[in-house]
Design a protein around this ligand. Structure first.
Ligand code: IMP
Length: 182
């Protein structure tokens, strides 16, 4: 089914995102200073643009890996059950790990994925999310770093999709439905 008709209003500019990522990278460098290797794990697919920009700002020995968890599918309704669809390529036992997510919404995804990764006994496991919607939280989860705290709006762009569209927008925009019953 095609998505309902909508327009996109800019919420966070590409310039603001870049400036925030620079600041976050300095904090991450300070936290992991002296590490022989930081494994940066992107949670697919929404984090792929964020992780690409973030790793290029981090001046530490970095490796990149990806994990995929089940998500909303093609709807805006959150599914509570989280499954790992694609596991990491490499072992993380005893390693410094940074898990990178696009949005913390209800918190179920990061709550589940961090517990999954923690069971592999990394030396340090930290989490970063570009966006946080604190008003939507259903489980008590807090990322170590947040790019921007936003209100309860459905957002797209900078890697984040609505029904697989709009990931290529260079900024974060909010979806405004233009049909009658919206
Ligand atoms: P949570 O498990 O409810 O915290 O959901 C996290 C995931 O839901 C994110 O990684 C996104 O894939 C998706 N999600 C949450 N809010 C939005 C949104 O506003 N736009 C697009 N995807 C979203």
């Amino acid at each position: 089914m095609p998505p309902r008709p909508y327009v996109i209003d800019q919420l966070i500019s590409a310039k603001s995102i870049a400036a925030r990522i620079e600041a976050l990278a300095r904090e991450i460098e300070a936290e992991f200073a002296g590490t022989d290797k930081l494994v940066v794990v992107g949670l697919l697919r929404g984090s792929f643009v964020f992780i690409a920009d973030l790793v290029r700002e981090i001046d530490l020995p970095v490796e990149v890996d990806f994990i995929e968890a089940s998500s909303y599918g093609d709807s805006t309704v959150s599914s509570r059950e989280v499954r790992i669809l694609k596991d990491l390529r490499a072992a993380i036992e005893g390693q410094d790990v940074l898990l990178v997510e696009d949005i913390v919404d209800t918190g179920h995804t990061l709550h589940h994925v961090t517990r999954f990764l923690a069971s592999r006994r990394p030396r340090r496991l930290r989490t970063i999310a570009l966006l946080d919607k604190p008003s939507r939280r259903e489980v008590d989860f807090r990322a170590d770093w947040i790019g921007f705290s936003i209100p309860d709006e459905f957002v797209v762009g900078y890697g984040i999709d609505y029904a697989q569209r709009n990931r290529n927008l260079p900024y974060i925009g909010k979806v405004r439905f233009t049909d009658e019953d919206g």
